[in-house]
Design a protein around this ligand. Sequence first.
Ligand code: ADP
Length: 268
Amino acid sequence: SQPAKISLQIHPYGKKRKLVLTRDVTAVQLAEAMRRDFVANVSHEIRTPLTVLSGFVETMQSIPLEEDDRARYLGLMSQQAQRMQTLVSDLLTLSRLEGSPAPGPGEWIDSEELLTHVIQEAQGLTQAIAQPPHEIRAMAAASFWVSGAKTELLSAMSNLLSNAVRYTPGGGRIEAGWRLRPDGGGEFFVTDTGPGIAAEHLPRLTERFYRVDRSRSRETGGTGLGLAIVKHVAQRHGGQVEVQSTPGQGSTFQVVLPASRVRERVTG
Ligand code: ADP
């Protein structure tokens, strides 16, 4: 957003000069509009599962159900409750990221250790939701130390991997790894053979609640906040998120870290 401009005008009123401060309100108005949008979005995201949930409660109160149906209804109700829990947890993560100072140099973390952790998680996810499961490969392009907040980095990495698993049709190929950049920085990348994303959506992907494929996001338990979280983590570490995507072929997402956060491993 743009900074508010303050302009000074000096009006000659008779002998005395009067100082008039006019503040450019566009930036303030923009921030206010964004806040309203955000509240409307959150309300909508919470209302949908609540409506479904109370619909089931009413049905169960009004008609006697066979044991099978009862179990099925309870399963569906628990899914809706889970959805709200995920949403609240993502909202809390975002607000913590927005409200706390950027992590200092922190500890030096083994990039391979981070990778192994999130790859294992993604293997579990694909076994649970993809038919057939994806082939997920850890690309050990380089192994180095990265500095920062470990839980934040893990959360950014696993968000990218879980998106690849959730949006790539079953049986697809997903590759993830760390690699060094020519400028001495490092990046974590995830490449998938999924549907890809049309160019017009790319600039907006990291906006809170922005979704290209709304129904796919919902079906797979998406909150629309994942990439906003990834962007915050990257920026807090002095880096950024990059995306390359070809519709019909797949996407590559990257969390890029600056050279100051990367230390090459000295071997031998
Ligand atoms: P969500 O919880 O909806 O997945 P995200 O913020 O993680 O929210 O992603 C925003 C949107 O970007 C998704 O709804 C989806 O449309 C699109 N997207 C993200 N990752 C991928 C991917 N690997 N392939 C295709 N589309 C993706």
